[in-house]
Design a protein around this ligand. Structure first.
Ligand code: ZN
Length: 378
C-alpha cells in the first residue's frame, strides 16, 4: 500500500513543477486524513460513568473487596460528606474498601473512590481519612482520570465512533484508564492539584486540614523503615517537598478547621498495618490486568509502547508510590539492583482478595447531617 502511494507521488514529481508538486502532495495528504480522521476522546457524563464502572470493576477484580457492610457505611459517610462539598456533588459517588495489605487509593472516573485495607490500617483518625479521600475525590471532579487518556493513541476515535457506541473503543479506554490509575499514576501536576484542592475540601467540611500530611508522614516513615531492611526506597526528597508544599498551603490559605474525630474512626476501623517487607505480592506481569492476557502480551512485546503514546511529562506520586515514577527506566533499574525484587512494588503488586462485589450503602441526606453533627462538623 505504502509503495503504491510513493509510486504515485514520484510520478507526480516527474511530471509537474515543484510548486504544483507540493500542492498536489498536500492535497493527497489532506484527503487521506479526512478519510481516516481520528479524534481525541470526548465523553458525556453518562459515558464517564460507564467507563468508571468498568474501570472500578477491574480494580475490584484485581484486589477484591472487603465484604463488610459497617466499614463501607462508615467510609461512604465520610466520603459523601466530602463529595457533597465538591464541585460535582450529584455524581453517584461510590466508596470501596479493597481487600489487600498494600497501601493505595485509586480514583476512577464518574465518582468511584477505592482505598485499600492496608491504607486504612495506617490512617489514625477521620481527618486523615478525609485528607486521603479528598485527594481522590479531586482526581474525579477535575477529571484527571479522563484527561490522562484523552491524548492516548490507543483511544483515539474514528470519526463516527462514540465511547458508548463502540465496544472496542470502550474496551481500549478501560484498559488505558486502568493502566494509568493503577500502573503508572497521574502526572505530578495532577497530584499537586489533588493535594491542594483535597486539603481545602477537607477543611471546608470541618476536618483539620493537616490530615493528609499526617497520613503521608506515616507512609514516609513506613518506607524509611523498609529501607533499613531491604535497601529499597533510598530517599524521597519528593515526599518531603510534597509535605512542605501542603503545609505551606494550609498556612497561606489560613485553613483552620480542627475536627479530627479520632474516637469515631477507631470505633469503625480496626485494621492492623502489615510491614511493607512482609506484604504478599503477585507477579506484576500477570496480576495487573483482570482478563487482560492479550494486553500483558502486548506489553511484553513492546515495553516502550506505553511511553511512546504518553507525552514525556513528569509522572507523579501516587499515595503508595514514594519513588518518583518519572524517568521510569532509571527507576526500575535502581529498584531491581538494590531490592532484588525485579521491579515488584509491594503496595501496587500486593495480593488481593477474591470477591469483586461492591458492598452497597444506602444513604439519605439526614444520615449525612446526623453524621456531621455527631462528629462535631459544622
Ligand atoms: Zn493522587
Amino acid at each position: 500500500m505504502m509503495r503504491i502511494v510513493l509510486g504515485v507521488a514520484l510520478t507526480c514529481a516527474a511530471a509537474v513543477p515543484v510548486s504544483a508538486q507540493l500542492g498536489q502532495i498536500g492535497k493527497v495528504v489532506s484527503v487521506a486524513k479526512k478519510a481516516n480522521e481520528v479524534r481525541d476522546l470526548s465523553m458525556t457524563d453518562a459515558e464517564e460513568q460507564e467507563l468508571g464502572a468498568a474501570v472500578s470493576e477491574r480494580i475490584r477484580t484485581r484486589y477484591g473487596v472487603v465484604q463488610d457492610a459497617a466499614v463501607h457505611r462508615y467510609l461512604a459517610l465520610v466520603g459523601t460528606a466530602l463529595a457533597q462539598g465538591s464541585t460535582r456533588p450529584a455524581l453517584p459517588w461510590t466508596f470501596v474498601v479493597l481487600d489487600t495489605d498494600g497501601v493505595n487509593a485509586f480514583a476512577a472516573p464518574g465518582g468511584y473512590v477505592h482505598i485499600t485495607r492496608g491504607a486504612l490500617a495506617l490512617v489514625k483518625n477521620e481527618a486523615e481519612l478525609a485528607g486521603v479521600l479528598g485527594h481522590e475525590i479531586i482526581h474525579v471532579t477535575e477529571k484527571h482520570t479522563i484527561r490522562a487518556i484523552q491524548k492516548s493513541k490507543a483511544v483515539q476515535m474514528g470519526a463516527a465512533e462514540t465511547l458508548s457506541g463502540s465496544s472496542s473503543l470502550m474496551e481500549r479506554a478501560v484498559t488505558a484508564t486502568y493502566d494509568n490509575i493503577v500502573e503508572r499514576g497521574f502526572g505530578r501536576a495532577e497530584e499537586n492539584e489533588s493535594d491542594e484542592m483535597g486539603v481545602t475540601l477537607a477543611n471546608k467540611i470541618g476536618y483539620a486540614p493537616n490530615g493528609l500530611v499526617g497520613f503521608l508522614t506515616t507512609l514516609k516513615d513506613r518506607n524509611q523503615a523498609s529501607k533499613e531492611k531491604r535497601g529499597l526506597f533510598a530517599s524521597h526528597p519528593e515526599m518531603q517537598e510534597r509535605l512542605d508544599r501542603i503545609t505551606k498551603l494550609i498556612a497561606s490559605k489560613k485553613l483552620t478547621a480542627t475536627a479530627t474525630v479520632q474516637p469515631r474512626f477507631a470505633k469503625n476501623i480496626s485494621y492492623k498495618p502489615v510491614p511493607v517487607t512482609v506484604i504478599a505480592t503477585v507477579d506484576p506481569g500477570a496480576a495487573g490486568l483482570a482478563g487482560g492476557d492479550a494486553k500483558a502480551a502486548e506489553k511484553k512485546e513492546d515495553p516502550k509502547a506505553a511511553e511512546k503514546t504518553e507525552e514525556p511529562k513528569k509522572r507523579g506520586f501516587g499515595l503508595g508510590r514514594m519513588l518518583p515514577s518519572g524517568g521510569g527506566e532509571k527507576k526500575s533499574a535502581q529498584v531491581t539492583a538494590s531490592g532484588g525484587a525485579r521491579g515488584v512494588d509491594p503496595e501496587k503488586d500486593s495480593k488481593g482478595g477474591s470477591n469483586p462485589k461492591v458492598v452497597p450503602v444506602k444513604l439519605v441526606a439526614a444520615d449525612i447531617t446526623a453524621f456531621k453533627k455527631d462528629g462535631g462538623l459544622p
